[in-house]
Design a protein around this ligand. Structure first.
Ligand SMILES: Cc1ncc(COP(=O)(O)O)c(C=O)c1O
Length: 375
């Protein structure tokens, strides 16, 4: 990829050279990105491997929670003989797995020797990555961190991010979503993408590493897909540990770029932004990207898309049977397990892992789900 920032050779450089090298690379990355819209995601490393995920796990050990795994025999009765294990990342610090990737990426960045006060970050996010990056920046001493969120984002997530100390800038529409990080990068900021920054993806892979250490007998893991960072990290490490494990993506039908890409054999990003934006699973309103697509193509076995009603129903079932307050994104993989497509998997696929990826849901949203369910 043209202009990708390569930090692998940087530790040998002195600080002044490092800053010069960095700014030259940023200019190049902006020039390359001008043709594509979004700025290129910044990353110290340029791939995701078993080793990079294991290194991330060491890097963030003690800084994040080891989240529990839950089961429900009542829910298992609904899954045609399969046993479902729920990885509770909604109980992770900041209420989602996102803090793993954020923390891992920023620690890796500071290992290059750069002074935290020279680092200027920018990201855009539906809220969960913003929360994770804000906490990670604060604890690593990085003070300049701009968070861009859509004007129609979840008010609860915006309040959460602000309460963690972030300066949130709101944007409207797709043009501003692209233009704002670009001008920040032109002014010297590093653009950290929640889905496409390799150092972040390696950090998200630690969910899979931890899950397989807790439940080694898993035959499949079902993962919600937005930008594809979570599934890419999990798939890389899970296939390295257990080559025959199935990795299945789960997406809202309204925002199904992963399904379309796997079906067509090339990266398909959604043009119908309004359609994607109307799914209740607000963290999954984005398309997979050019860094996650090759990983998904290599390691993801299949993807299942589900309707809005199926997402709501599965989310309610998690509240009801597990007594866990998860957001709709986390209902998406359970909805996929109830599908006919999942039912057609071989009977040997018995132990199935589900990632409950987040728990940042407002009381208002919960009330609407419950009311709809009564009607
Ligand atoms: C709760 C939750 N689950 C899943 C995802 C999807 O993660 P990814 O974008 O890495 O595919 C997101 C992304 O924002 C999220 O917030």
């Amino acid at each position: 990829m043209v202009g990708r920032i390569r930090w692998l050779d940087l530790p040998e450089l002195c600080c002044i050279c490092l800053c010069h090298h960095l700014s030259t690379q940023i200019v190049r990355s902006v020039m390359a990105s001008e043709r594509q819209g979004s700025p290129l995601p910044f990353s110290v490393t340029t791939s995701v491997t078993e080793e990079s995920v294991r290194a991330s796990a060491k890097r963030i050990a003690g800084q994040i929670h080891q989240t529990p795994v839950m089961t429900s025999s009542k829910l298992d009765q609904k899954t045609r003989g399969r046993k479902v294990f729920f990885k509770c990342e909604h109980l992770q610090k900041t209420g989602s797995f996102k803090v793993r990737g954020a923390r891992s990426a920023l620690t890796k960045l500071l290992e290059t020797g750069i002074d935290p006060s020279d680092v200027n970050l920018v990201t855009y996010s539906s809220g969960n990555f913003a929360a994770g990056l804000t906490v990670a920046a604060g604890s690593t001493g990085i003070k300049n961190c701009t968070i861009l969120m859509s004007r129609d984002c979840s008010p609860l997530k915006k309040t959460l991010v602000e309460s963690l100390g972030a300066k949130v800038q709101l944007f409207t529409g797709d043009q501003e979503r692209v233009a704002k990080p670009r001008s920040a990068v032109e002014a010297g900021a590093l653009y950290i993408s929640s889905g496409q920054t390799y150092d972040v993806i390696s950090g998200q892979g630690t969910v899979g590493l931890e899950f397989l250490s807790q439940v080694p007998e898993l035959d499949a893991i079902v993962v919600p897909v937005g930008g594809g960072g979570l599934i890419s990290g999990i798939a890389t490490i899970a296939k390295a540990i257990k080559p025959n494990i199935l990795i299945i993506g789960a997406e809202p039908s309204l925002s199904n770029s992963c399904e379309l890409s796997l079906r067509n054999g090339n990266l398909c990003q959604l043009n119908h932004v309004e359609k994607a934006n109307s799914t209740v699973a607000d963290g999954l309103r984005v398309s997979i990207g050019s860094n996650t697509w090759p990983i998904i193509k290599e390691y993801v076995d299949d993807v299942i898309s589900v309707s809005e009603d199926e997402i709501k129903n599965a989310t309610l079932l998690v509240w009801h049977y597990l007594k866990q307050c998860v957001e709709p994104c986390a209902g998406v993989p359970l909805a996929a397990i109830f599908s006919e497509k999942f039912a057609s998997l071989p009977a040997e696929v018995i132990n199935v892992g589900v990632i409950l990826s987040g728990g940042n849901i407002s009381q208002e949203c919960m009330r609407i789900f419950l009311q709809d369910n009564e009607n």
